[in-house]
Design a protein around this ligand. Structure first.
Ligand code: HEC
Ligand code: HEC
Length: 351
């Protein structure tokens, strides 16, 4: 049995779920980096051209459009110049760039910390509020249904193919079921898959989230990272991390400053950014940095100012204490004589 199919065969575990609304504070909970699988060939989403005709297919296509060109929601739900696909690479299908297929199967996800569950659409809302520095669309909005439909389709098409059911169409689901995600007993898998995709393995598809990266030999250093940045990143992302906009279309995303992700986003953590960068950057010629370089450049990038944490309360110190006490980020910390977060750009730059 291919080693990466092993996760599909773990024993079924009964899970008792309790539902409650997910607060802002939980929306960007850290997803632990995953041990890197040697072979990811076991799973491949279907080609876009295989999205079915008709109303259900239209939802999937709309989700894809919003994912790759999130800027069409600029000023409404999106407050910076990013698109989902800037971080979730290859339109959410690249392994270890937090792919949507693996994410879809992982939700609803239970959080031990406060006994809460968040479903798939709620997790997407988190990325709107933080990564996109915007204001999330409502859970049952056409936008969130569409993004959920697209993510579901990436997953289900790939699963059907992986188990020899290439000729089977992806089953349609209601809007309500689409928002939930696949980690729930009521999630319908086509006949033969029911026994194979076990509930307690669904959060662990190889390729989910980011690949674990060795701890650096030396503590991450923004100063060393600045040199890595200049040499390996600035050509594309700009000397001020501002990215590049051509004819009003952002073509290279901003890494810091007013047009980037805000201080509450998952990417602001040095560990999360280091794992992403090591595996995926420089775009087109990854992997070429050493782990130490990835940690250093992540520290540099994430010690520049960016939009304020939208959960901001009272002052930076209070906000840092409430929301950043145990994260691996620079918010509220002093560097080169200034406290990060104190010069932040406005959060939620939407009307
Ligand atoms: C600036 C980079 C960035 C952008 C842009 C971004 N995300 Fe994310 N997203 C992340 C990171 C980082 C994580 C992992 C969260 C963590 O560990 O904190 C994540 C996690 C997720 C997850 C959960 C993944 C899992 O395996 O549990 C979903 C779903 C998601 N994002 C959807 C979206 C959607 C939809 C958009 C566009 C509206 C978007 N993201 C934009 C960085 C980004
Ligand atoms: C060849 C040009 C190029 C180089 C060099 C490059 N990047 Fe990128 N980077 C991109 C593009 C383009 C994207 C968006 C990818 C997409 O949308 O498919 C991106 C996305 C990102 C993102 C996620 C989006 C965001 O704005 O946060 C981060 C973080 C990032 N790059 C960091 C780096 C770092 C650090 C380096 C240097 C080690 C680097 N990149 C080198 C082109 C480049």
């Amino acid at each position: 049995m291919p080693i990466n199919k092993a996760w599909l065969f773990l024993l079924l575990a009964a899970s008792g779920f309790a539902r409650a609304e997910v607060p802002m504070a939980d929306m960007q909970d850290e997803i632990p980096a995953q041990p890197k699988a040697a072979n990811l060939d076991y799973f491949k989403p279907r080609e876009l051209s295989e999205i079915p005709k008709g109303a259900f297919g239209d939802k999937i296509r709309k989700g894809y459009q919003l994912f790759v060109n999130s800027q069409q929601l600029s000023g409404q739900y999106v407050g910076n110049q990013l698109n989902c696909t800037n971080c979730h690479l290859d339109a959410g299908s690249k392994a270890y760039a937090a792919p949507m297929w693996a994410a879809y199967l992982a939700y609803p996800e239970f959080r031990k910390k406060n006994n809460r569950i968040s479903n798939f659409a709620e997790r997407v809302q988190g990325c709107f509020n933080f990564s996109m520095n915007g204001k999330a669309p409502a859970i049952d909005s056409p936008e969130l249904v569409a993004i959920s439909a697209y993510s579901y389709w990436l997953l289900m098409g790939g699963l059907l193919d992986a188990f020899g059911m290439q000729d089977q169409p992806v089953p349609e689901m209601s809007d309500k079921a689409l928002q939930e995600g696949g980690n729930v007993a009521s999630f319908k898998l086509p006949g033969p898959l029911t026994d194979k995709v076990k509930l307690d393995a669904r959060g662990h598809m190889p390729g989910r989230a980011f690949a674990a990266l060795d701890k650096p030999a030396q503590a991450p250093s923004p100063a060393r990272g600045a040199k890595v940045y200049e040499q390996h990143c600035a050509l594309c992302h700009g000397s001020e991390g501002q990215g590049r906009v051509m004819a009003d279309v952002p073509v290279i995303p901003a890494l810091w400053g007013a047009q980037s992700y805000n201080w509450g986003a998952g990417m602001h953590r040095v560990n999360t950014a280091a794992t992403f960068i090591f595996e995926n950057m420089p775009l087109g010629k990854a992997v070429q940095l050493t782990p130490q370089q990835a940690w250093d450049v992540a520290a540099y990038m994430n010690s520049r100012e960016r939009p304020q944490d939208p959960r901001f309360t009272k002052d930076v110190a209070t906000t840092a204490k409430t929301f950043h006490a145990d994260d691996n980020g620079y918010y509220g910390k002093e560097l080169d004589g200034s406290v990060l977060g104190s010069q932040a750009f406005p959060a939620t730059r939407v009307k």
